[in-house]
Design a protein around this ligand. Sequence first.
Ligand SMILES: [Fe+2]
Length: 213
Amino acid sequence: MVKPIKITTLDAPTEPFKKALFPINPFFHFRAPNAEEFIEKIKSIPREPQNEKFLWGTRSKCDKYLCEDIEEWIPFWRDNLKFMTEGLSKEGSLKCAFQYRPYQPWINWYSRDNFQEMHDHNEHDLVGVFFAEIPQDEGASKFYFEDRTFPMISAPWRYMLGLGSAFFPKIESGDIIFFPGHMLHGVSPHESDEVRITMSANFDLKVEGEYLP
Ligand SMILES: [Fe+2]
């Protein structure tokens, strides 16, 4: 039996003077434990775009390839989901066991002037992005998160608290990021001649019956 989700509380001894409530935008960023093999596997796929297979992305510009043989790719994702789950468990952030259902991943290639508009994956619970080749030169595109609640806070508060609506994680080749499907994200325009390569995947989650101790 799944117990009810507990009400969010703040722990008095560690409370900062400025408190922030309802942290529903978590993300998990680490170097993939299988980075080298994962990169090699992705780079073994020739750039033969299948953009017509995607019903989304009409306002983005990059080449995409759908990895239809899901079994071929799942072991690469499984290792990283395991690493994420263990990390969460170790620090006490994971409150219950879960199962995940993977969907077909896809590869993205970005050449000069390519980009991906801000979007979410709200039809799924969890999104993973593996960064296979991330050029580091000045104009290279950057992955970012956008805060969908930002328009709700007034301009004076934005200045007073120094708040911004976008966050750009520092990403290198071999990194991976997982985040919930509701989180808005995008890729800024690629002003570089080095090709940027990523793989994305969606997962649905199912909470198992018992909470972890
Ligand atoms: Fe995305």
